[in-house]
Design a protein around this ligand. Structure first.
Ligand SMILES: NC(=O)c1ccc[n+]([C@@H]2O[C@H](COP(=O)([O-])OP(=O)(O)OC[C@H]3O[C@@H](n4cnc5c(N)ncnc54)[C@H](OP(=O)(O)O)[C@@H]3O)[C@@H](O)[C@H]2O)c1
Length: 248
């Protein structure tokens, strides 16, 4: 864990003092009920990426919260598109974060859950091949698995020819994976919103204008607007804003 990216609280309880990791943990926390939390970074003008990747938007403060949210979750959901494009590696947490998890009765690492309709996945990708915990692939009953995938991941099939996210997330919760963190990408975010499964959005706003070109952090079929109240606003020294919006 790191206090190297100074972050202070703008709202509620504003204070110019940098917060330590314990305060950040208390601000983000684990919920006493099942929760799906989304975590995204965007530019001031709403871009999902810079030069095609999220890395160009993500500075040290965003990375600090990104790592903290991974520490706090039971399972980390990611869409196959983002896993492939961003070249996801195996989830790693440093010793302090693993110790925190052990002390709180959690497994050392969260479970990676990849959402895919086509199962166009590479079993040799480090996210699967080097995973400290056997990943789960959430797919549907008609998807054909490529050779080797079931050697490195468990397939969970929900839905006949498209992934039934409601049933899939319910099954994860039945398995005790109640605190779900989703790192995107936009099509998965859009589908989770449409299914009314999103409880919380943690959003980092980088002090950048990305300009026209990149898409938004959500994509896919339109769905009704839903209120998501603001819970906190943090500010990093580099001008990044860290927002938490949640239903509860
Ligand atoms: N700014 C950020 O915080 C952030 C975060 C994440 C990603 N990104 C950016 O987003 C871009 C990638 O976006 P993307 O358009 O590829 O969207 P995406 O949602 O990452 O991936 C779409 C793919 O994921 C799978 N998928 C998503 N939703 C699904 C559903 N409901 N059911 C079944 N499968 C589903 C499908 O994979 P199959 O083809 O295998 O069926 C689909 O083709 C990249 O530029 C990445 O850098 C940015």
């Amino acid at each position: 864990m790191s206090d190297r990216a100074p972050i202070s609280v703008l709202w509620p309880d504003p204070s110019p003092e940098p917060v330590d990791d314990d305060t950040l943990i208390a601000r983000y926390g684990r919920a006493d009920r099942p929760r799906l939390r989304m975590n995204f970074v965007t530019s001031v003008d709403g871009a999902v990426s810079l030069d095609g990747y999220s890395a160009g938007l993500s500075g040290t403060p965003d990375k600090r919260v990104f790592g903290l949210l991974r520490m706090l979750c039971d399972a980390l959901l990611v869409a196959a598109g983002t896993l492939r494009h961003e070249g996801y590696r195996a989830i790693r947490l440093d010793e302090r974060r693993r110790a925190w998890r052990r002390a709180h009765g959690l497994t050392e690492y969260p479970t990676l859950v990849v959402v895919s309709g086509t199962l166009d996945l590479d079993p040799t990708q480090a996210a699967f091949a080097d995973a400290p915990v056997r990943p789960v692939v959430l797919t549907h009953r008609n998807a054909a698995a490529p050779p080797g995938l079931t050697d490195v991941a468990e397939l969970m099939r929900h839905g006949d020819d498209r992934v039934d996210l409601v049933a899939g997330l319910a099954e994860l919760r039945r398995r005790g994976l109640s605190q779900l963190l989703c790192e995107g990408g936009p099509h998965l975010f859009g589908a989770l919103t449409a299914a009314d499964l999103v409880d919380e959005v943690c959003l980092s706003i980088a002090p950048l204008l990305a300009g026209a070109g990149p898409g938004r952090i959500t994509a896919g079929d339109p769905s009704p607007a839903r209120r998501l109240p603001l819970r906190h606003v943090l500010r990093a020294d580099d001008g990044t804003l860290l927002l938490r919006h949640a239903r509860h």
